[in-house]
Design a protein around this ligand. Structure first.
Ligand code: 5GP
Ligand code: ZN
Length: 132
């Protein structure tokens, strides 16, 4: 059984701040920033590719609840919602989870992509390959 399934079964303790029939939301043990919380579906699904529409919507609904809880209690005004799916994307626990990551303007996290001129020829090719 994976570590998050053990947390969901209360075999491993967690700091759970919100829970319902579908999700358990607990503080990330590493706290990348203060209030860093994980939204975890109670059903074991590996990653975004395996989420069904009910779990997906329940995860996002819970993220809104948790974001507003952090806003009220910690005065958080800025948040990243982040999911790593697959090891090359940085997933280390193979049970889907959405990171709720408060941002305070004084951390080392940087998600900004490098901006460059759009390549419309490549965009056109890519688009056609995706819709055909
Ligand atoms: P990933 O890299 O898979 O997106 O994120 C896994 C996250 O799970 C990490 O941020 C890590 O700190 C957290 N984590 C790993 N083991 C535990 C645990 O036993 N308890 C809690 N609360 N968080 C954990
Ligand atoms: Zn699991």
């Amino acid at each position: 059984m994976c570590v998050f399934c053990k947390i969901i079964n209360n075999e491993i303790p967690s700091y759970t701040i919100y829970e319902n029939d579908y999700v358990k939301c607990f503080l990330d043990i590493s706290q990348a920033t203060k209030g860093h919380t994980l939204i975890v579906p109670k059903k074991h699904v590996e990653n975004v590719f395996a989420l069904d529409s009910i779990e997906a919507s329940e995860v996002m609904k819970a993220a809104v609840v948790v974001a507003n809880l952090l806003k009220t209690k910690l005065k958080v005004e800025n948040i990243n919602l982040l999911n790593n799916s697959g090891s090359l994307a940085g997933q280390t626990v193979m049970h889907f989870h959405l990171h709720v990551l408060p941002r305070y303007g004084c951390d080392e996290i940087d998600f900004h992509q490098v901006e460059h001129e759009p390549n419309f020829v490549e965009l056109d090719k890519l688009y056609k390959s995706l819709i055909n």
